[in-house]
Design a protein around this ligand. Structure first.
Ligand code: FAD
Length: 60
């Protein structure tokens, strides 16, 4: 599972630092097949994850 920033969540719902899910991995509609929806989700989730990643603080 992941949150709206594409951060992968641990079993307790807490984001795992610096780990993001994009594309089919953790798809919001993985339980069905939504025609053309997969590629759209790949593009949007990649952009969201990339934007979230560049906003991370650099390793101290
Ligand atoms: C026949 C077919 C038709 C489809 N038609 C459509 C359609 O019309 N519209 C639509 O929206 N979706 C369609 N899809 C679904 C869509 O193609 C997928 O949802 C999408 O490609 C998933 O992208 P992804 O980047 O998440 O995963 P993938 O495209 O599977 O990319 C994962 C990548 O990771 C690589 N990889 C795997 N393991 C490792 C490893 N250990 N180390 C390094 N690299 C690794 C793989 O080689 C692969 O390149 C179709 C799928 C299929 C199979």
């Amino acid at each position: 599972m992941h949150n709206a920033r594409q951060q992968v969540l641990d079993p307790f719902g807490k984001p795992i630092p610096r780990l993001y899910a994009v594309g089919e991995l953790g798809s919001m509609f993985g339980h069905i097949y939504e025609t053309m929806g997969n590629i759209a989700e790949c593009i949007t989730s990649g952009q969201i994850a990339g934007t979230s990643a560049v906003r991370e603080r650099p390793w101290g």
